[in-house]
Design a protein around this ligand. Structure first.
Ligand SMILES: [Ca+2]
Length: 207
């Protein structure tokens, strides 16, 4: 008798777990996914060389209205590698609220490389990164490094990184590491059309 009761109780727990799981999936699907502000860099920030909604650090990572080609609109973010004075990195970022903890997100951006005359003068790498803030501290939840040498010249390439949020906050980042050799840097990087999507929706759309 006890065994029957125990089996019945276990079955109830099992179905209860399935119900909770279904409810969690439904909640993730029902919440509007967080979106980036100004993903095509068309809107200027405090000054014309800054993109509204985006923070930055380091040198020469500017919003440009006159550069071509663009991926869409008429503005891009441009990294002026030939003008970089030191080996310090430069980056741009945006903070997003309304993520679902535990859900996977994909951040991406398009890049077009204006190559230097010789490869040794090119920037070294582009990192795309996702962070979450937990207990007041930022944590890297996913990072992907693209070597500039591996990217073709003057052709838009999609860079992506996917990771699960550790809280309801996300920070998306693009970080460029320049050539270490002062006085020899060349070329530039053009960035346009950043995006942030639930990873599952991207996978489904590609099927
Ligand atoms: Ca644009």
């Amino acid at each position: 008798m006890n065994r029957i009761i125990s089996f019945a109780t276990g079955l109830t727990c099992l179905w209860g777990s399935v119900g909770v799981l279904s409810a969690k999936i439904a909640v993730v699907e029902d919440i509007a996914p967080p979106k980036l502000i100004n993903p095509s860099f068309e809107e200027q920030g405090e000054t014309a060389d800054r993109a509204a909604g985006w923070g930055r650090w380091g040198d020469w990572f500017n919003r440009e209205e006159g550069w071509t080609p663009v991926h869409s609109g008429h503005c891009i973010l441009a990294y002026h590698h030939w003008e970089i004075p030191s080996a310090k990195d430069s980056g741009v970022y945006q903070d997003i609220a309304g993520a679902v903890k535990g859900a996977s997100y994909t951040f991406g951006i398009y890049v077009s490389v204006d190559k230097a005359k010789t490869p040794i003068r090119d920037a070294v790498s582009i990192e795309v990164r996702l962070e979450s803030t937990v207990d007041g501290s930022r944590q890297t939840i996913a990072s992907k490094l693209y070597k500039v040498a591996d990217l073709p010249p003057d052709d838009w390439q999609k860079l992506t990184v996917s990771g699960s949020a550790n809280s309801d906050t996300l920070r998306v980042l693009v970080i460029v590491t320049p050539s270490p050799m002062d006085g020899t840097r060349g070329g530039a990087l053009r960035f346009d059309d950043a995006f942030l999507e639930p990873t599952n929706s991207i996978t489904a759309a590609q099927q």
